[in-house]
Design a binder for this molecule. Structure first.
Ligand code: FAS
Ligand code: PHB
Length: 394
């Protein structure tokens, strides 16, 4: 097979890139190692920044998102039993975020790709990328016992943290930055009405919790748990009982519990690869970076990478200019590191770090006390949460 762009991975990054390239008349094939159902079964992000919303509109897949998504103007911080609202709209000149599950966004992108008859190979096994330093990279994969080859102009590594593209780059050409957090997030999805109109981020004596949502009838909750915990040791009842211990009376009075539709433990890490371009191969999304989900940045950073990469490839094909592809890595990394910093900082603000000792706990309390009683403190939380402007100059 011959195509212009070979996209590895049919998660939100790969699918969104494929849609943006298609709208510009650029051919691409997506190679995904799982089935479409498996991709859709992974419960992940829930908050979209305006940049991501605009991109989905640009890709022509925003209709259901606008119909079913929930616009949120603020969120609550529940700190040792006291609530503090972060009024994002007031603090950022009207900016908001949208609650719309990654699963739904991925489904919309999959449906649009299928409707346009665009090629996606699911269950593509043993994907291998070759010659990405030449003008004609090649990608090999196995499907139905047959080995196949894709010859292309460019490879887009949208294959997530455990993908093959970053792993195919000689170590000497890559610098990786990583911080692994000493706890995980136990997440539970249930068809129960959300406990609050807006999200509640909790820093309690027993650890972090998050009350999120997917719709007016579907809720998503998280608990900070030790890395040694296993999801099958957490019954639904045990989850709800622990969540109740971390909430205040108001939330406990409103909490509706129910059977879990999904329950999983996600490790937390900060991770960045530098650079993000290797000849004719580009990394985008989780393939290049990971953030702890506290700041709801993972999916949104992936969307920005895709915006920049799609723009660079369109510029190459339409104007025969390499300026965009030459500048891709630096342009993405500037925004990625700001997202990484906020996610690391917000994680440190809201979770228990026993290894920091009693003084660490006092520092955290003092920082929260300063931030929550200072308009500039609240604004720094709000402007990072809604998403920093694209291509900010500084
Ligand atoms: P993805 O990992 O979504 O997609 C990569 C795709 O590549 C997958 O479908 C995979 O099957 C495929 N692939 C991998 N290796 C391959 C190979 N060798 N060949 C072919 N295909 C291959 N972000 C938030 O903002 N909020 C959250 O609450 C949140 N929770 C998360 C929980 C978990 C457990 C994880 C892992 C991530 C979470 N994230 C969250 C981040 C997440 O939403 C990512 O940012 C988002 O999925 C990024 O999308 P992609 O870059 O497309 O990567
Ligand atoms: C979610 O709804 O899954 C979610 C929301 C906000 C976060 C992380 C996850 O910061």
């Amino acid at each position: 097979m011959r195509t212009q762009v070979a996209i590895i991975g049919a998660g939100p990054a790969g699918l969104l890139l494929g849609q943006l390239l298609h709208k510009a008349g650029i051919d691409a094939v997506i190679l995904e190692r799982q089935t479409a159902d498996h991709v859709l079964s992974r419960i992940r992000a829930g908050i979209l920044e305006q940049v991501c919303i605009d991109l989905l509109d640009e890709a022509g897949v925003g209709e259901r998102m606008h119909r079913e998504g929930l616009t949120h103007e603020g969120f609550e911080l529940l700190i040792d039993g006291r609530r503090h609202r972060v009024d994002m709209a007031a603090l950022t000149g009207g900016k908001t975020v949208m609650v719309y599950g990654q699963t739904e966004l991925t489904r919309d992108l999959m449906d649009a790709r299928a409707a346009a008859g665009l090629p996606t190979v699911y269950q593509a096994g043993d994907v291998a990328v070759h010659d990405f330093d030449t003008a004609q990279p090649r990608v090999h994969y196995t499907r139905d016992g047959q080995r196949h080859e894709v010859v292309c102009d460019f490879v887009a590594g949208c294959d997530g943290f455990h993908g093959v593209c970053r792993a195919s780059v000689p170590r000497a050409r890559v610098t990786e930055f990583e911080k692994v957090y000493p706890f995980g997030w136990l997440g539970l999805l249930a068809d129960t009405p959300p406990v609050n109109d807006e999200l509640i981020y909790v820093n309690s004596a027993r650890g972090f919790a998050l009350c999120s949502q997917r719709s007016h009838t579907r809720s998503r909750y998280y608990l900070q748990v030790p890395l040694t915990d296993r999801v099958d040791s957490w019954s639904d009842d045990a989850f709800w009982a622990e969540l109740r211990l971390r909430l205040d009376d108001e939330a406990n009075a409103r909490l509706v519990t129910g059977a879990s539709l999904e329950k999983s433990i996600a490790p937390l890490r900060s991770f960045v690869t530098e650079p993000l371009r290797f000849g004719r191969m580009f990394l985008a999304g989780d393939a290049g970076h990971i953030v702890p989900p506290t700041g709801a940045k993972g999916l949104n950073l992936a969307a920005t990478d895709v915006k920049y990469l799609a723009g660079a490839l369109i510029e190459y094909y339409q104007e025969r200019s390499e300026a965009g592809i030459d500048g891709y890595s630096a342009r993405c990394l500037k925004r990625i590191w700001r997202g990484e910093r906020f996610s690391w900082w917000f994680t440190h603000l809201m979770h228990h770090f026993p290894e920091d000792g009693a003084i660490g706990e006092r520092f955290q309390q003092a920082e929260l006390d300063y931030l929550l009683h200072s308009e500039s403190g609240l604004r720094t939380i709000a402007e990072n949460y809604v998403g920093l402007p694209l291509d900010f100059v500084a």
